[in-house]
Write a protein that binds this ligand. Structure first.
Ligand code: NAD
Length: 341
């Protein structure tokens, strides 16, 4: 088949990154982006040559007043696409889904939607093949993506009896000025948190329990994992070597002097290509320990970008553009300049 025509509906933190990523793939083309109103981000989209379609309650007059040309309505964009990647805010994706269904167009939803919004929940390392030929797929949230990737390594190699994770969540994305806390630690009084059940939409048999809290930072989430293994390795070396040799993981060595998320994001800013994003799960050699049957490890998750390559792989799986997950992941990583082991 020719290139898959991809529309991105919702052009915020995730949508703008997914749109850029689509334009870098050899087997996909961007039909355009759905935008509700003019903004600095819409100007950037126009500068990049993306066609802007009016979504939600937006009007052509509003865009025209800002000097921005529009190519039509979101409905017209949807009709011109093979697949829509919905990147609208939580719960609006489900509403938008009615339009995709009415147009008979395939759709990918994000993790802010409940899992029943789509036929399946997706993670490229864990269940690429299950997405083949699907009409609707949900790419799980940033935290669930991070946990599902890690489970894809740990479960097959050492077996899991139980997995507890505490999720230390960033308060806001760097571009958000209306969220907090700015001074305090806020426990999430949902015990256990929703992340564990969300991981089980991908690993149904995994015994996992998660708890969460929000802290005043915009620089990544951090997971504190305690995993009881059924076939533990002798020591942590085998664990960090395994993570290091798996795509979509970056393991820092002690000599790199990356003490926490500030240096991780500085490392990302110093990389030569594209946005200063960190699309890999970030682990630290010094932050992995095996003690008898118990594995402990920290991992940091860049909330703004970790799901971007997953959306690309989901498209490839749905349209049979790659023979398997490993092939798709390699293609995506090459196109997005994600270092590939
Ligand atoms: P965002 O608020 O940054 O962007 C959403 C965009 O959609 C905005 O530009 C908004 O104006 C636009 N929009 C509003 N109504 C719309 C409509 N009816 N049709 C089309 N567009 C509309 O949100 P985000 O952070 O990019 O989140 C998008 C999805 O990705 C959510 O499901 C979220 O849970 C998920 N997600 C977010 C993060 C994150 O950390 N930001 C990480 C992973 C997954």
């Amino acid at each position: 088949m020719g290139k898959v025509k991809v529309a991105v509906n919702g052009y915020g933190t995730i949508g703008k990154r997914v749109a850029d990523a689509v334009t870098l793939q050899p087997d996909m083309e961007l039909v355009g982006i759905g935008k509700t109103r003019p903004s600095y981000e819409a100007v950037r989209a126009a500068e990049r040559g993306y066609r802007i379609f009016i979504a939600g309650s937006g009007t052509k007059a509003d865009f025209a007043a800002a000097g921005l040309a529009t190519a039509g309505t979101a409905e017209e964009m949807i009709a011109a696409a093979d697949v829509v990647v919905d990147c609208a805010p939580d719960k609006i994706g489900r509403e938008n889904g009615k339009k995709y269904q009415a147009a008979g167009v395939r759709a990918i939803f994000q993790g802010g939607e409940k899992s029943d919004v789509a036929e399946m929940s997706f993670n490229a390392l864990a269940n690429f093949d299950r997405a083949r030929d699907r009409k609707t797929v949900r790419v799980v949230s940033c935290n669930t993506t991070g946990l599902a990737r890690a489970a894809s390594v740990v479960v097959p190699h050492w077996g899991v009896e139980s997995w507890e994770a505490t999720i230390v969540r960033r308060a806001a994305d760097p571009s958000e000025s209306n969220r907090g806390p700015i001074n305090g630690i806020v426990p999430t009084f949902q015990l256990p948190s929703h992340h564990g059940p969300d991981v089980r939409t991908i690993f149904p048999d995994l015994r996992t329990a998660t708890t969460a809290m929000v802290v005043p930072t915009t620089l990544m989430h951090v997971h504190v994992n305690h995993v009881r293994l059924t076939r533990p390795p002798a020591d942590a070396t085998a664990v960090f070597q395994r993570f290091r040799s798996t795509p979509r993981f970056h393991v820092f060595a002690p000599w790199e002097h990356v003490d926490g998320t500030p240096q991780v994001m500085e490392f990302a800013r110093d990389r030569p290509n594209g946005r200063p994003d960190m699309m890999e799960n970030v682990l630290w050699e010094a932050g992995i320990r095996v003690d008898g049957p118990d594995l402990y490890f920290f991992q940091a998750i860049h909330q703004e970008s970790i799901v971007v390559p997953e959306n690309i792989d989901a498209i490839r799986a749905m349209f049979g553009l790659a023979e398997d997950g490993a092939t798709s992941i390699a293609m995506t990583d090459k196109a997005l300049s994600i270092p590939h082991p």
